[in-house]
Design a protein around this ligand. Sequence first.
Ligand SMILES: [Zn+2]
Length: 192
Amino acid sequence: MRRRTFRIVRHILTVRCVDHLHLKIYQITVQKARFDPVIAALLHQFIKYANKFALNTQGAGLCFITSKDVKPYREWNIEGSFNTHLNAHYQGQMPFDISHFSGYKIRNVDRDKHVKDTSGITYVFSEKPLPELASLLTLPAYLSDNYCSLCRVGPFLAYEDKSKHFAAKKHLQMIKLEQDWQQWLTAFYKSS
Ligand SMILES: [Zn+2]
């Protein structure tokens, strides 16, 4: 197992790409807890370039992004649109179990010692169908119809509930963040 650590400021998330020969773990910590298109850009390019350069084309092509399952990190919409323009699809998710990664430490930029791992969710992306992982992965209900997947709210019991939510300040903030991210994507693919 090879491991590299990029420390920026605080532990928030871990990304991994896996092929059938090597397990590579990259721990990336980011400064801002609030969503920023830079965070989405970093993870988008992780999936993009892991598939282009790092993953064995004969392997399962797995990219894992693990993030704390608490606000505001759970509002980043990792499972929603981070993979826009990529062939890697969101395949589902599972609870992060650190006991599967012997010797792996979640680190904080201020100290080298292991920091407490609060509950995390691992979001799984791959360009290939993964029937062998189907029993391990779940698709959250908020990705179904009649929910707001951005805010993870629902199911809406009546049209009025839905329209009230779509007009709410919190939802409009989430829409604005998503628009900022889509703007970054448009500019990135226009220039590349
Ligand atoms: Zn919403």
